[in-house]
Write a protein that binds this ligand. Structure first.
Ligand SMILES: Cc1cc2nc3c(=O)[nH]c(=O)nc-3n(C[C@H](O)[C@H](O)[C@H](O)COP(=O)(O)OP(=O)(O)OC[C@H]3O[C@@H](n4cnc5c(N)ncnc54)[C@H](O)[C@@H]3O)c2cc1C
Length: 511
């Protein structure tokens, strides 16, 4: 395709041009062909179709603040030619039309918490659409629904809902963004009873590849509605999520900390807890075995939440009080406080690698994976800023059934899978010199863990998008039939493949 000089393009823009001019006005009249622009020309073009103050350039404090807000220390160091901060679905529509017509590469950021480099930021080859100024939130439908814009974090959402004594199936860490969380599924404190966060979405407002702003719900575009529940960056930019609300006032929540010697006991406890979720799915007991540099040893952290003001509710928490803790912050409190506490445990800013694995609820395998991790991470752990954690949480049969009852999602889990554990390995370091070695170690660790789970006949094929490494075959793990359906939906709503210019996320084209 021919490159059009931006000087020529600029010359045809009417002198009376003001921002908000249509994208079509930026292109030569009667042109149906796409125009390839350089990234710098793309940013100049954005300034012409939007209020120029929404286009942030390197050197400005606003650009620097958005860059600094990523969770991953590597995403912080990707510098797009500009960042653009739309404030409305119409802005997003103009940006998509312009980017697809001009072959401008872009990435999209909501809360910036995805762990891998390039997932929601881009380098000099493009620009980043930062949704942070889309912060509308309102209750609809007699407060049964909350309409949430993608620039909000879960802290914003819960702070808004709290005076109404309401809750929704959002993140458990306050600074996580609404957009990425929900497009990867999203595991909430409500999930064990009500399914993934995305199973609790009633309607998506989305800007499609051609710039149209449409709704997807059970009645309208139900195929797209289904696919978006695990859709990543394949269908369009979601500009509003309408989610079901649930009553919640006070709750019991906080953290329990244990000596590492109690690992096997606690893993046994988690297996029993997961079984008891069949009786009461209002509580979450998770385990994180983490390197604690201050003590030069491992420590077990258990974030806990029960969605009623009842300490150690029976039968779900039977037996837990007898296991001795080294620290205990459990209290009757509210959701904002619990999600803030969890957020403090993982503040971000480091270089990081995460991977995810799902297997049958079993106490021995995760302990063996921890021991393997302790072994292969040992050479790195003396260095300041280097640590790692193994986090384990239940995906109970009730959660899978709840998803099916709400119309299903693309993840391919069925009740026949039984009670499962979701394992997250997260590795953190600060020295770029360690990038190569730690990334290679992560791959070895992933391979060993997967092979061991497979050999023991415990591995489930599902790979959880929100915790996965960029190299993990996340979409393929949903199963052939679901991938086929997702691709058909993509073909229907983006028949020309216009969204190929969107970088980051997990792409159906790569499956
Ligand atoms: C400290 C911490 C705690 C976490 N806790 C949980 C948890 O409790 N449960 C859980 O399930 N996960 C959790 N996660 C994982 C989290 O859900 C994912 O990292 C998720 O991608 C973060 O969403 P985000 O909007 O902040 O990320 P971003 O990096 O902004 O976005 C992630 C991806 O989604 C795309 N995207 C974002 N918004 C939109 C949109 N509106 N339309 C289209 N595409 C979009 C981006 O392009 C990117 O590819 C946690 C992560 C961290 C770092």
């Amino acid at each position: 395709m021919m490159r059009t000089s931006f000087a020529i393009l600029a010359a045809i823009i009417p002198l009376t041009f003001t921002f908000g001019a249509s994208v079509e006005n930026l292109l030569p009249r009667n042109t149906t062909q796409k125009q390839d622009l350089t990234p710098a020309q793309c940013c100049d073009g954005l300034k012409r179709i939007l209020d120029p103050s929404k286009v942030l350039l390197p050197g400005s404090p606003e650009y620097a603040a958005q860059e600094a807000s990523y969770y991953s220390g590597e995403q912080v160091l990707q510098f797009p030619v500009c960042r653009v901060a739309p404030t409305s679905p119409e802005d997003v529509s103009s940006i998509i039309k312009f980017a697809t017509t001009s072959n401008c590469n872009f990435a999209v950021r909501s809360g910036g918490h995805m762990n891998w480099v390039g997932s929601s930021n881009i380098g000099p080859e493009g620009f980043t659409i930062d949704l942070e100024d889309m912060k509308q939130i309102e209750l609809l439908d007699d407060s049964k629904t909350v309409a949430i814009s993608p620039g909000l974090t879960w802290a914003d959402v819960y702070t808004f809902l709290r005076p109404h004594n309401l809750h929704t199936a959002g993140g458990r860490s306050s600074h996580v963004g609404v957009g990425g969380f929900l497009l990867g599924g999203g595991i909430s404190f409500l999930s064990l009873e009500h399914g993934f966060g995305s199973d609790n979405i009633i309607n998506y407002q989305i800007v499609l590849a051609d710039g149209s702003i449409v709704n997807a719900n059970e009645a309208e575009r139900s195929d797209l509605y289904w696919a978006l529940k695990g859709g990543s960056t394949n269908y369009g930019i979601v500009t509003r999520f309408d989610m079901a609300t649930f009553p919640l006032d006070q709750m019991w929540g906080g953290s329990l900390y244990y000596n590492i010697s109690l690992g096997p006991t606690l893993l046994d406890y988690l297996v029993g807890f997961t079984e008891r979720l069949a009786v009461d799915a209002n509580g979450l007991f998770a385990l994180s075995i983490a390197w604690n540099a201050a003590n030069n040893d491992y420590l077990i952290w258990s974030p806990n939440a029960y969605l009623a003001p009842t300490p150690f509710p029976s039968p779900l928490y039977d037996g837990l009080e007898e296991i001795p803790t080294v620290r205990d912050t459990m209290r009757i409190t509210n959701l904002v406080s619990v999600t803030d506490e969890i957020n403090m445990s993982s503040p971000g800013g480091s270089r990081t690698q995460w991977f995810a694995l799902v297997f049958k609820a079993d106490a021995t395998l995760p302990w063996d994976i921890y021991q393997k991790g302790a072994d292969i991470m040992a050479p790195f752990l003396g260095k300041e800023g280097t640590s790692w954690a193994l986090t384990l949480q239940p995906i109970n049969v009730g959660m899978i059934a709840a998803a099916a009852n709400r119309g299903g999602n693309p993840f391919g889990l069925t009740e026949k899978d039984g009670d499962l554990f979701l394992l997250l390995i997260s590795i953190f370091w600060t020295d770029p010199e360690d990038d190569g070695k730690i990334k290679a170690t992560t791959q070895d660790f992933l391979r060993w863990s997967t092979d061991t789970a497979k050999q023991r006949n415990l591995l489930n094929r599902f790979i959880y998008l929100n915790y996965a490494l960029d190299t993990q075959p996340v979409l393929a793990s949903f199963g052939d039939e679901n991938v086929r359906r997702m691709k058909a939906v993509q073909k229907k709503y983006d028949p020309k493949g216009l969204l190929k210019v969107w970088k980051g996320g997990y792409k159906l084209d790569e499956v």
